[in-house]
Design a protein around this ligand. Structure first.
Ligand SMILES: O=C(O)C[C@H]1C=CC(=O)O1
Length: 93
């Protein structure tokens, strides 16, 4: 198990075909919710006032996270920042 903090900033071009935009967003939602049901996408929080999220992933390896992120339907329109997390020595959990 490895935890990662991931920030995703979305920037969809204004001239993208509205049908393609809606279809991509619908696929993104299903992809995200399937991963949430699987336990791999542990948290997703909207950043106030931005088309961005902060997420926590629980995966086996960085390669697995890379595959998940690479296959996000919105990946072509995202800037993604990944921070690996280690257990803090003072954590009681
Ligand atoms: O809305 C977003 O932050 C982008 C993306 C991540 C999951 C999802 O459903 O959409």
């Amino acid at each position: 198990m490895a935890l990662f903090h991931v920030r995703m900033d979305v920037d969809i071009p204004r001239d993208l075909d509205p049908e393609e935009r809606a279809e991509t967003l619908a696929r993104e939602k299903k992809y995200s919710q399937d991963l949430q049901h699987s336990g791999k996408w542990v948290h997703i929080w909207r950043i106030t006032g931005k088309f961005s999220n902060i997420s926590i992933f629980d995966v086996e390896t960085p390669d697995e996270l890379h595959e998940i992120l690479w296959n996000l339907p919105l990946f072509p329109f995202m800037t993604i920042d990944v921070t690996p997390l280690n257990k803090h020595a003072s954590s009681i959990k």
